[in-house]
Design a protein around this ligand. Structure first.
Ligand code: NDP
Length: 481
């Protein structure tokens, strides 16, 4: 008996993916550098399906049907390169290597190119949903050659999450596209979490409600348009009491947020592409600020608030305002993330279908949410939609939230409550919809100190003012005065 698919790297993620395949009736070859993990899988879950275990990579490869399909689920970085190298030496033309770890997409582009030259398919695939998702149905974002998807796709779709019977897995695009989309997914996850954290903080400081009371608010929000995994688990975390002190657990957790780096990659790439993903960037910087212990200590000791303690007059109305501010800011963050996918797709020639990405994020992954349906519909209405925020549905949403959003951001500023994601999203909203931006002045300044030139509203071409001389204007590049 041959295995339909192989998994190498049997830590939490690989082990659960392998079990997921087995539970779906697929024969799975399993391998791990250290055999103990393979044995543990057999001991603890061997009865869930058909596993073929191997101690050596060569034996592992020999158990696979052709074209061989091997999923690598090891620590991202040099470990992945080592495993790819070992595998590539054992595989034959047309076989498929899938890297389902969290690789940085430029690494995936490089690996795909190298392996394509050796006649092998390399599929960089995003997998989201953590260990629970890997076992019960993740969201899967495979890149690589379209040809590889023909034999690999049905297997991946089979083990992916399903929403309304539709798999949360689809072909994303060539080489690094899958890992890129996963990276942006994680960036959006950062923004979502920051927005939720700001909403919690505002309600707590504005109304004095306890974490348990705020948990109830999030539970209620989760039955409406904000319904999502992150809102659901926010209620769980806020309602949790600490066994040791009896306090709310959130009050004894150190307030320094950590990160593994996908948010940073997302922001770095957005800077390269020149896409304003302010929501994700502010969320990433907010984590950095929280971890800046010496700076926070110095600031706490020296800087006044210039405000008195905040008590809103009508707590129920305030909570509803915060809900609307959260919803509008969330729409902005997603709109920005999808802009980044569009820009990258254009830059790297990937042809990513944004509506399909929203569809495969509806289940299995951390940002799964009811409102992703609305995003898919928006791109179905217009595949080339220049700005998600300007789709009719989202125009309606944001219009209904706008007054509340402004009240919340203004109130937060007046009362000294940091809301980087709420306020930057509102600033983005007002910036992107503005008739005229002060960018005109920036261009004037750039021309003044660096002769960087500017374009005019009333004539084609490029112009420069002789700032140091008679301040006459000259046409630099095909323009006329
Ligand atoms: P880890 O990232 O902790 O990696 C451990 C695994 O990598 C072990 O199987 C280990 O083998 C293997 N490994 C490390 N270095 C090498 C090497 N040089 N050669 C061969 N094998 C090596 O495992 P996770 O399951 O947490 O994650 C796997 C991948 O999935 C990572 O890329 C991660 O970023 C990604 N991911 C993780 C998620 C999560 O929620 N944890 C979610 C989505 C993606 P050994 O047992 O021999 O040490």
């Amino acid at each position: 008996q041959r295995a339909e698919i192989g998994v190498t790297g049997l830590a939490v993620m690989g082990r659960n993916l392998a079990r997921n395949f087995a539970r779906h009736g697929h024969v799975v070859a399993i391998h791990n550098r250290t055999y103990a993990k393979t044995q543990a899988l057999l001991d603890e879950a061997g009865d869930e399906g058909t596993f073929i275990a191997s101690e050596s990579m060569a034996d592992f490869v020999a158990t696979l049907e052709r074209p061989r399909k091997v999923i690598i689920m090891v620590k991202a970085g040099p470990g992945t390169d080592a495993v790819i190298e070992e595998l590539a030496g054992l595989l034959e033309e047309g076989d498929i290597i899938v890297d389902a770890g969290n690789a940085h997409f430029p690494d995936t582009v490089r690996r795909e190119k190298e392996l394509a030259e050796r006649g092998l398919h390399f599929v960089g695939s995003g997998v989201s949903g953590g260990e629970e998702g890997a076992l019960n149905g993740p969201s899967i974002m495979p890149g690589g050659s379209r040809e590889s998807y023909e034999s690999l796709g049905p297997l991946l779709e089979d083990i992916s999450a399903k929403v309304d019977g539709v798999p949360c897995c689809t072909y994303v695009g060539p080489d690094g596209a899958g890992h890129f989309v996963k990276m942006v997914h994680n960036g959006i996850e950062y923004a979502d979490m920051q927005l939720i954290a700001e909403a919690y903080d505002l309600i707590r400081r504005g109304t004095g409600k306890s974490p348990a009371e705020i948990a109830a608010i999030f539970r209620e929000w989760n039955s409406g348009e904000l319904e999502s995994f992150l809102i659901e688990i926010t209620a769980e975390v806020l309602a949790q009491d600490d066994a040791r002190t009896g306090k709310a657990l959130v009050d004894v957790i150190l307030d320094q947020a950590e990160q593994k780096g996908t948010g940073r990659w997302t922001v770095q790439n957005a800077l390269d592409l020149g896409v304003p993903i302010t929501g994700i960037a502010e969320a990433t910087f907010a984590r950095a600020l929280s971890g800046g212990v010496p700076q926070r200590e110095a600031a706490r000791a020296a800087l006044p608030a210039g405000t008195v303690e905040w008590h809103v007059d009508d707590p129920d109305a305030f909570v509803e305002d915060v809900r609307r501010a959260l919803y509008a800011s969330k729409v902005v963050a997603y709109s920005q993330g999808f802009d980044q996918i569009a820009a990258a797709s254009q830059e790297y020639g990937w042809g990513v279908d944004r509506g399909a990405m929203a569809r495969i994020w509806r289940g299995g992954c951390i940002i799964r949410a009811r409102f992703l349906n609305r995003i898919t519909e928006a791109y179905e209405r217009d595949e080339q939609l220049p700005l998600l925020l300007a789709d009719d549905f989202f125009v309606d949403v944001v219009s209904q939230c706008l007054e509340a959003w402004r009240r919340v951001v203004a109130g937060a500023a007046q009362n000294g409550i940091p809301t980087p994601a709420f306020s930057s999203s509102l600033a983005y909203y007002d910036g992107v919809r503005a008739d005229r931006l002060p960018a005109a002045l920036i261009q004037g300044l750039r021309d003044f100190f660096g002769a960087h030139t500017y374009r005019r509203t009333d004539a084609d071409g490029t112009f420069h003012t002789e700032w140091g001389a008679d301040r006459s204007e000259t046409a630099v590049d095909g323009g006329f005065t």
